[in-house]
Each structure stands twice: as C-alpha cells, then as structure tokens.
Design a protein around this ligand. Structure first.
Ligand code: MSP
Length: 467
C-alpha cells in the first residue's frame, strides 16, 4: 500500500494555539484525510516543541518547574486539535525521552563525521524565534517578528555545525528537478539566492540554557532547541510503533518564517548524518490582522475556540481552508469569516441541501462510483484549497442551483419526470460535492452523503445556521 507521511511544525509550548497554528494543522489534516481517501496508508504527525530558553522563561514566570509547565500546556494543544477534528496519528513532545535518545544519536553521528567544532558566537539572538539572527534578519537591530526586548546581544561559547560544507550539495539538490524539495517555486528561488550569496556555519549548542537535551560529548552544553526540534520528524519514525518505513517524509508543512531551518539546516543535518532527505517541504505565508502578522506576542490572535463557537467545527475548518495563505499573506478577521460563512455555507451549500431534501424527499437517488478527478487532487496536493473548493462549488453546487432555478421543480407536480430528473441530478451532485469536500468538512459531508444515499431523506435542521 502506498504510504504518505505528512508533518506540521511542532509548536512552541509557551502559548496555547491560535488560528495561525490552526491553519497549518488543518492543512495537514486535509492532506492526511485526502490521502486516506485515496486508499493510502497515512502517518500524520504533529506535536509540541518544549525545550529552550523561551519555554523555560514562561514556566519561571508562572512559578512552575519547566516540565510541570509543559505537562500542563501540551494537553491544551491536543484538546484544541481534538475539538477541530484533527486526525493526527501521533502527537510528539520533544521532552519524550524516546525522542531525546534519537536526538543524541544523530548529534553523535554528525560529531563523529567531523562536522561539528567549538567556537564563539557573538551577535544577536531573538528569544521569540529562538534564533541566532544574521544581519539580514534584523530591522533596526531588532527581530521584526517579536517585541524589541526579545532581541538580545549574546556572546557565548557554542558548538558549530559546518553548514558551509554542505552548501554546494544543497544548491545542486535544489536546482535538480528530481530533488527539488522546496515548494512553492518562489521559496525555492529565495533559498537559492541566499545560499549563493554565502552562508556561515551555525550554532548547534547553547551555553547557559539548561532546559534542553545535553550535548552527548559536553554535557554542560545544551543542544540548540531548533536542532532538537527538527529531529522530531525523523525520531517519531524511529520510536512510534510501525512507522519506521514512513521515512523519508512526503511533505513537511511550515510557515515562511521557518523556511531556512527546514530547507537548509534540516537538510544539511540529514546529509551529514547520512539519512535520506524528505521529499518535499511546503512553505505557506501568514494570517494577518490589519496588515500585521497574527501572533500572541502582538496581542492580535484569534483562538480556534472562538471560531468554533461561532461557525461550528466544519465551518471553522472550511473558513481556514478557504483563507489558507498558500502563497501570499491573507488578511483575516471575524467580519470576513462571517460573510464568507454566510455566503458559501449557509446561503449556498446549506440552502441547496435543504431545498433538495424538502422537494425530493423519498425519491430514489442514483448509485454511482466515485473517482476523484485528477484536477481536484492536484489542487489539494499543492495546498490550493481555495481553488479546490471553488472547483467543487462551480461543478456541483452552483450547477445544481442554476438547474433548480431553471426548471423550478416546485412549480411541477410530484411525479412530473422533469421534476424527478432535476432533483435526482442535484442529489447526485450533492453526494459528489460531499465526497470532494469531506477532508475539509468531515462531519457535514458525512451527513450530506447519508441524506442522499439510496433515497433522499428529510432534513431535521439546517446544516449551517445563518449568522
Ligand atoms: N517550534 C517552532 C517550529 C519547530 S518545527 C521543527 C515554531 N513554533 S511556533 O509555535 O512559533 O509555530 C510556528 C508555526 O505556526 C508557523 O511556521 C506556522 O506554521 C504557524 N503560524 C504561526 N503564526 C502564524 C500566522 N500568523 N499565520 C500562519 N501560520 C502561522 O516556530
């Protein structure tokens, strides 16, 4: 059976999830569900990034031991994903000793290869990003993504990874059509330009940050949190039962601020450790609120719970998919979400289901075998959810609405062949739409399928209440 392994970034546990994190997780869930629908064996991995300075500082502020703090917050992520009907197969936590063991093994491999040496880091560090900032990352000597006080000047002894050694190989791989793992294309050229402009070796350990995995050969140093975190994608396949054959991953999903880590550092680490490279990384843009990135530190975050209480689980998943920032940043907000929900789900799809159920109740509906159209599958695989949904609406929903308005079956007698024909056609279209949209709205689509399977049934209450 064909295998499909999809991952999300593992989110920092300094905060509970907002809909920025939600959009990547929902996107991964749509991919996972679509590939299951295609009959593949899927491994969908998500989780939390629990080490590092940022998490240690938040725990201290709350007056908790760091592990105690992590154990309190990690379930909040799992709960949020459960509420959103996320179908991950495993939730990884970097404080899991089984993960830590793999991290030590890989670091030792890289060390033994001669790719790590001791040096001194002098420069800026953003605690928010947990990142050593280069000149190009800085705006007015600060990280543009986090409050200014999170950018600090650091001078510390670090173990460095010979990233420079792998640059020619990386360029070669990215430029080669068969191994070009960076999507979409714009991101590929961005990374190539940066690699060609010249890079420095990177810190792989931290001094004076005790919350993390100790470096195997110098235990007073801690493995840099990002290195520990990246390894999660691979470590899960080592210790989660039955998942060994899922490596290399088919797709890593991520936001654009962590592109370099995933497409350069992670790949170079794997090359050094002699591990096969993931097949693809897909980098999306940001959810914005009034032109600013949505984030906890900027205080403009919308929580998934807020959306669920207003639009329901499927409504929320639909809105997230339709506004997914696949290539450009997407301005979102409750007003826009409400308009879209009403227009597409309450007034269009939901209303069509009600009309067809009401007019066609007890009619025999047609039997057919579904084969997902390639055009649609490709759109989903390329994370063009907005286009994919648009395609379904155009082909099945809008077409049915137009036919209904044209034929006006409500004006015809119950056994008029024209009335029967148009209603069975609409019922078939709705079943098809439900098949296609199921990975996005699993519960509502399951309901639609049941309403139209065999014979058309009466609907007890609207699928999507108007707001
Ligand atoms: N812990 C690291 C990732 C390690 S992966 C080996 C991290 N965590 S994070 O909590 O900051 O999550 C970052 C990810 O959350 C982004 O890459 C993106 O997937 C998602 N998003 C966070 N804010 C977002 C928006 N405003 N819009 C869209 N996605 C965003 O970085």
């Amino acid at each position: 059976m064909k295998k499909f392994f999809v991952t999300t970034p593992i989110y920092y546990i300094n905060d509970i999830p907002h809909i920025g994190h939600t959009c990547t997780t929902v996107a991964a869930d749509i991919l996972a569900r679509s590939h299951r629908q295609l009959g593949e064996e899927v491994f969908f991995l998500t989780g939390t990034d629990e080490h590092g300075q940022k998490v240690a500082e938040v725990a201290a502020k709350e007056g908790l031991e760091v592990k105690e703090y992590c154990d309190k917050i990690a379930p909040r992520f799992e709960e949020a994903w459960k509420k959103l009907n996320i179908s991950h197969d495993f939730f990884i936590r970097t404080t899991d000793p089984r993960h830590e063991k793999v991290v030590e093994e890989i670091m030792t491999k890289i060390y033994e290869k001669g790719d790590i040496y001791k040096g001194k880091y002098e420069g800026y560090y953003c605690i928010g990003c947990e990142k050593f900032l280069t000149e190009t990352d800085l705006v007015d000597q600060k990280c543009p993504l986090h409050p200014p006080q999170q950018t600090v000047k650091r001078s510390e002894e670090n173990w460095f990874f010979k990233l420079t050694k792998y640059v020619p190989k990386l360029i070669d791989l990215i430029e080669n059509d068969k191994t070009n793992y960076i999507f979409p294309d714009g991101k590929k050229s961005e990374i190539l330009a940066k690699l060609k402009a010249g890079v420095n070796d990177v810190s792989f350990s931290r001094e004076n940050v005790s919350w993390g995995v100790p470096l195997p050969w110098e235990k007073s140093h801690t493995i840099y949190v990002w290195i520990d975190a990246l390894i999660n994608y691979y470590s899960a396949t080592r210790f989660v039962e039955g998942k060994e054959d899922f490596w290399p991953a088919d797709i890593h999903l991520l936001g654009k601020e962590i592109l370099w880590f995933h497409t350069v550092i992670w790949q170079a680490m794997l090359l050094s450790a002699g591990i096969e490279l993931p097949k693809k990384t897909y980098t999306h843009s940001f959810y914005m609120i009034d032109g600013q990135k949505m984030s906890k530190s900027l205080g403009n975050a919308i929580s998934p719970e807020e959306l669920i209480s207003k639009f329901g689980v499927d409504g929320t998943r639909y809105l997230v998919a339709r506004s997914f920032p696949s290539t450009d940043d997407a301005d979102v907000g409750l007003k826009r979400f409400t308009e879209k929900y009403n227009a597409d789900l309450a007034n269009n799809l939901g209303n069509l289901v009600s009309r067809v159920c009401k007019l066609g109740v007890n009619l025999q509906s047609s039997n057919f075998k579904l084969q997902l159209e390639k055009e649609f599958v490709e759109k989903i695989d390329n994370l063009k959810f907005d286009e994919a949904v648009g395609w379904v609406f155009e082909n099945f929903v809008d077409k049915s609405n137009n036919r209904l308005n044209e034929v006006a079956p409500w004006k015809l007698s119950a056994n008029d062949p024209k009335r029967i024909e148009v209603l069975t056609e609409c019922a078939k279209n709705l079943q098809l739409a439900a098949w296609y949209l199921e990975p996005i709205m699993p519960q509502a689509c399951e309901k639609i399928k049941k309403l139209f399977e065999g014979e058309i049934k009466a609907l007890d209450k609207p699928l999507f209440m108007r707001i």
